[in-house]
Write a protein that binds this ligand. Structure first.
Ligand SMILES: NC(=O)c1ccc[n+]([C@@H]2O[C@H](COP(=O)([O-])OP(=O)(O)OC[C@H]3O[C@@H](n4cnc5c(N)ncnc54)[C@H](OP(=O)(O)O)[C@@H]3O)[C@@H](O)[C@H]2O)c1
Length: 284
């Protein structure tokens, strides 16, 4: 029986990848660092280990047919040894990269491009998604506690993608060799400004919420305090500002691969509305 190794299995994309693979009837092995808290379906073979430990990755990849790889760091330090350990066991790797990677110069595109290059001798498929819809959960507290959401660049136009669409493409790629050597640029079906995303969320929960622009300096300080790499924070802020005049592209890869339109932000907002609502206690 086909067995697929999933890294990042407890994450926002990985959980959907695991479920999609189980639904397809294949065996799933997950590399997790806290098996007790993984909360994965009982059918998943959970292997304890750290993705930054090449020996753990090599053990986890032993005997699998393909691997879903994500690299949960802003730095590619140590990735060479990990990719070597992984591909010693399994050549077929579907890597969760980023739309930021430029074909002309992947190495200059940050950690995602560096890892794509490390995989160049493998039987790779690169998934390059844009921003995830789930990132908007960062506004959930403000939705619950007030009627103002603060952010930099409210006019930034984004083609956010539903994480379930990324996972659905990953499952296809993991189960069919015709995707070897393919790079997929994955986006949602439309561009919405960040202010429009807030309006859609407000409609989904039935609450009118205002957007207030935050200065780049304030946001940078908060990001760095939360442990975000300062260079990454600078890059992200400049990128969001650039999207006011040059919104993100919308690609057709999700629709052509899945045979249905990409999921909309409205669908995501309706699925996740409860996370943005004030939590009320039930009456006894
Ligand atoms: N968010 C975006 O807009 C966006 C856009 C393009 C690309 N990406 C890329 O997508 C990836 C993140 O995907 P995601 O949002 O699905 O992940 P996520 O929800 O952030 O979860 C990270 C996953 O990685 C696991 N992990 C973290 N450190 C680990 C370690 N040392 N050893 C083993 N596992 C470890 C976590 O496991 P635990 O349960 O142990 O924490 C979790 O399963 C990143 O590579 C990011 O660069 C994100």
């Amino acid at each position: 029986m086909t067995t697929i190794l999933v890294t990042g299995a407890t994450g926002r994309v990985g959980r959907h990848v695991v479920q999609g693979l189980l639904d397809a009837g294949v065996s799933v092995r997950a590399l997790v660092r806290s098996p007790l808290f993984a909360g994965l379906p009982v059918d998943v073979e959970v292997v304890h280990g750290d993705i930054y430990d090449p020996a753990a990755v090599e053990r986890a990849a032993s005997g699998v047919d393909a691997a879903f790889l994500l690299w949960p760091s802003y730095s590619a330090e140590g990735a060479g040894d990990v990719v070597a350990a992984l591909t010693k066991q399994v050549s077929r790797v579907v890597y969760l990269s980023s739309l930021n990677v430029a074909d002309e110069d992947p190495a200059a595109s940050g950690v995602w491009g560096e890892i794509e290059l490390l995989l160049s001798d493998a039987d790779w498929t690169f998934l390059r998604p844009g921003g995830f819809m789930v990132n908007t959960q960062e506004w959930a507290d403000e939705f619950r506690t007030g009627d103002v959401v603060r952010m930099p660049s409210p006019g930034a136009g984004r083609s956010l993608i539903h994480e379930r669409d990324i996972a659905a493409v990953a499952v296809l790629a993991l189960l069919n060799d015709k995707h070897i050597g393919q790079t997929y640029r994955l986006t949602g079906p439309e561009v919405l400004t960040q202010a429009e995303q807030v309006a859609v969320l407000g409609e989904a929960i039935g609450k009118s919420v205002r957007v207030q622009e935050q200065s780049a300096e304030e946001v940078r300080r908060a990001m760095v305090e939360q442990g975000v790499d300062p260079n990454f924070a600078d890059g992200a802020l400049a990128y969001w500002a650039s999207l006011i005049d040059t919104p993100e592209p919308v690609t057709s890869d999700v629709e052509s691969l899945l045979g249905r339109p990409a999921l909309t932000f409205r669908e995501w907002a309706e699925e996740h509305a409860d996370e943005f609502r004030v939590r009320t206690r039930g009456l006894r």
